[in-house]
Design a protein around this ligand. Structure first.
Ligand SMILES: Nc1ncnc2c1ncn2[C@@H]1O[C@H](COP(=O)(O)OP(=O)(O)OP(=O)(O)O)[C@@H](O)[C@H]1O
Ligand SMILES: [Mg+2]
Length: 258
């Protein structure tokens, strides 16, 4: 079930370095939100605060609030492991578990989480691979290593793995940057389908991609190197790309900076 996200007053640090400052935003369920902005402005850092991955980095610390539905992910007694199950993540480089088969890659999270019968696992693996538009390409090689697939197939395998546990939110950090144009289009189409079931956030450096896949776009920027990244504006994607409110956004999307 997709859930809404409400972030308020969020700061994230690496040791004493304040990487992102005072971020507040709301993300509606069943929408795609794109994060754009120059390198180093904190897009990945912010994304990782949304599933409690930031604190895994030594010195990583978060202040502020992230509500997922009516639960504060940084509230007392919240288990970060269960947060990461609810808020799945897909990374820039496809990272299937190298020694595992295609099947086991998709089933990995389920096996950790509960007692499924073989027939139940079979069903979920098939459904997830279909959901990731990969089933037809791998149904005859489910027991072959996941690392033997092409880059684009591996990325869809990682998406199948992420959706197999039925998260509420799917975070994607430049998921297409290592892919060829055909695989990129396949992932973009897939994002369009997945948003019917999940709340999706995607970081991208590709302005056309942001314009193609997202409903809303958030532009992040930093005043200078060493300064914290900030959310400059967030709006309907169409508006950000046609008539943004802030000059810095206009400069960035028209390639005059960065
Ligand atoms: N593990 C880390 N330790 C210390 N500082 C870090 C670490 N990871 C990121 N930073 C710093 O935090 C700031 C934000 O980095 P982040 O990776 O979030 O930016 P980004 O917007 O995702 O950039 P890019 O577009 O290049 O991926 C940068 O100044 C970066 O150097
Ligand atoms: Mg990044």
């Amino acid at each position: 079930m997709a859930k809404r996200i409400d972030v308020s007053g969020l700061n994230a640090y690496y040791g004493s370095f304040l990487a992102i400052e005072d971020i507040s935003m709301s993300i509606e369920p069943r929408t795609v939100t794109a994060f754009i902005g120059p390198s180093g402005c904190g897009k990945s850092t912010f994304l990782r605060t949304l599933n409690r991955m930031h604190e895994v980095t030594p010195g990583g610390r978060v202040e502020g609030k992230v509500m997922l539905g009516d639960e504060n992910l940084y509230g007392a007694g919240i288990d970060p492991v269960s947060v990461r199950r609810e808020v799945g993540m897909v990374f820039q480089r496809p990272n299937p578990f190298p020694t595992m088969s295609v099947y086991d890659n998709v089933a990995a999270g389920l096996k950790l989480n509960g007692n499924f019968k073989k027939s139940e696992l079979d069903d979920i693996v098939e459904r997830s691979l279909k959901g990731a538009n990969l089933w037809n390409e791998v149904k005859d090689r489910l027991n072959k290593p996941g690392s033997g697939l092409s880059g684009g197939q591996q990325q869809r395998l990682c998406i199948a793995r992420a959706i197999a546990v039925e998260p509420n939110v799917l975070l994607m950090d430049e998921p297409c940057s290592a892919l060829d144009p055909i695989s990129t289009l396949a992932i973009e189409d897939l994002i369009g389908e997945l948003k019917e079931r999940f709340t999706i956030v995607i970081v991208t450096h590709n302005m056309q991609q942001a314009a193609r896949v997202s409903d809303r776009t958030a532009f992040f920027n930093l005043a200078a190197v060493g300064q914290p990244g900030k959310l400059i504006e967030m709006d309907e994607t169409e508006r950000i790309f046609s008539n943004p409110s802030v000059q810095a956004t206009e400069d960035y999307i028209s390639g005059r900076f960065g």
